[in-house]
Design a protein around this ligand. Structure first.
Ligand SMILES: [Mn+2]
Length: 432
């Protein structure tokens, strides 16, 4: 495992160039209530560079004149008492032996050690504007380093964000292996949940079932707070109360994905609580499904990220015209964005260590072209709230279908395909 991270630090070092430093901080524990913290989750950038799962730590990568790299990890000190209560700490020696760092330090030595390491560098990179407290520490270290080294050129302080996020946007084979496994766990959970749900169940019971199925197969935590939205609740895009009764005759929209070995999955399925779609539900569902399938087909090398977006808008607009929910020519309606009344979000986002993963969607003038190794969600939807100005029979229907798609050299791979989307298949699974 540590070779994956060692290689990554080498890749980063070559982008930094000679005489440069990069500093990235870990996450810290966050209080939930007295004496109790939220479950610790490492910062994604920090994890990407270190594979180290402790709080209060700093990774420093330094290149010399020839561009060759030295790596430093500042970690919580070994402490018998703390380790008895809170668990094992690697300590500075473990940072070197087990995580492949050239140098391990106690974190309380950071303030006195880091300015000396920065002195002499031409460039210092950190994630500017990302973590306020750490940004201030970096600024003060850079200031101190400048004073130490007043005869050399001023140290430039630069944002590491573009550099690290462009690396993270393209997944390596080992990352793809992890994501494929994590996506499969979550897809299977959706499939099982279709068999588990019954009318009159509380949304939170269905949520708990997903969490159990994720954990059972190695995804102890969800990648984000699940949305389990019966009927009209599906029209509230970020509904997370999940505390209402699922009604016979309603659809349930579940947007839930587990986190597996730090990588997110993000799946939405919409299925009938009683196992059978009504005619109106099916009509809306099929438009969303067609939009999703056509958008997925456009996720390939040579295309850019707006192509699935435009396809999903066109299919949804045409479908809504056919049902009489929009009137006018498709061309005009698309131009004026009429679909936004029912489909008000984007078609998808990068996914990886973060559910909404880092990585630019354009270079400032052109939309990002797909490359093999990019992973994006494709998740069109149609939401018709009871406040909509439409025939009553459509009201309260909200549908989204979301998969995680890997761009490959010759097309794409749907990593979450095991969760059924075909309505007949969904009904068969639910009857089964
Ligand atoms: Mn998503």
């Amino acid at each position: 495992m540590s070779t994956m991270f060692t290689k990554r630090r080498e890749a980063v070092a070559s982008l930094l160039g000679p005489d440069a430093c990069l500093l990235v901080a870990s996450n810290n524990h966050v209080s939930r209530n007295i004496h109790h913290t939220y479950s610790f989750r490492q910062d994604s950038y920090f994890w990407y560079l270190s594979g180290f799962n402790e709080s209060d730590s700093i990774v420093l990568i330094k290149t010399d004149k020839t561009g060759s790299l030295s790596s430093y990890l500042f970690v919580p000190p070994k402490d018998e008492h703390s380790e008895l209560w809170d668990g094992y700490r690697a300590g500075p020696q473990g940072a070197q032996n087990d995580y492949g760092f050239d140098h391990g330090f106690n974190n309380f030595d950071a303030d006195k050690t880091i300015p000396g390491l920065l002195a002499g560098a031409n460039k210092v990179f950190s994630l500017i504007g990302y973590k306020e407290d750490f940004s201030q520490r970096v600024s003060s270290w850079v200031k101190e380093a400048r004073l130490k080294d007043r005869h050399t050129a001023a140290i430039e302080h630069l944002d590491a964000g573009p550099l690290l996020s462009s690396l993270r946007r393209v997944k390596s084979d080992s990352e793809i292996d992890i994501m494929r496994k994590g996506c499969e766990i979550s897809a299977q959970a959706h499939k099982s949940a279709m068999q588990f749900v019954t009318p009159d169940m509380n949304e939170q019971s269905l949520e708990a079932y997903y969490l159990y199925k994720f954990a059972e197969h190695g995804s102890r935590f969800p990648a984000y707070t699940p949305i389990v939205a019966g009927g009209e609740h599906a029209c509230i895009l970020h509904y997370v109360e999940n505390d209402q009764i699922l009604k016979d005759g309603d659809l349930v929209l579940v947007d839930a994905g587990g986190e597996y070995q730090y990588y997110a999955s993000d799946i939405t399925r919409t299925y009938p609580v009683n196992g059978k779609f009504s005619a109106e539900q099916l009509a809306i569902y099929n438009i969303v499904l067609q939009a999703q399938q056509e958008a997925i087909a456009a996720m390939k090398v040579g295309n850019h990220i707006m192509q699935p977006q435009e396809i999903s808008e066109r299919v949804i607009t045409e479908g809504l015209i056919d049902l009489g929910l929009l009137t006018g020519s498709a061309e005009d309606l698309i131009a004026e964005g009429a679909h936004k009344k029912f489909y008000m979000h984007k078609v998808g986002h990068w996914i990886g260590l973060d559910t909404h993963d880092v990585g630019a969607y354009s270079d400032g003038s052109n939309f990002t072209q797909y490359e093999a190794g990019m992973v994006q969600t494709i998740e069109p939807g149609i939401y018709i709230s009871s406040k909509s100005d439409v025939d009553d029979k459509w009201k309260g229907i909200g549908v989204r279908i979301e998969d995680n798609i890997l761009v490959t050299v010759d097309g794409n791979e749907n990593l979450t395909a095991s969760a059924p989307v075909d309505p007949e298949e969904i009904e068969a699974v639910m009857a089964g």
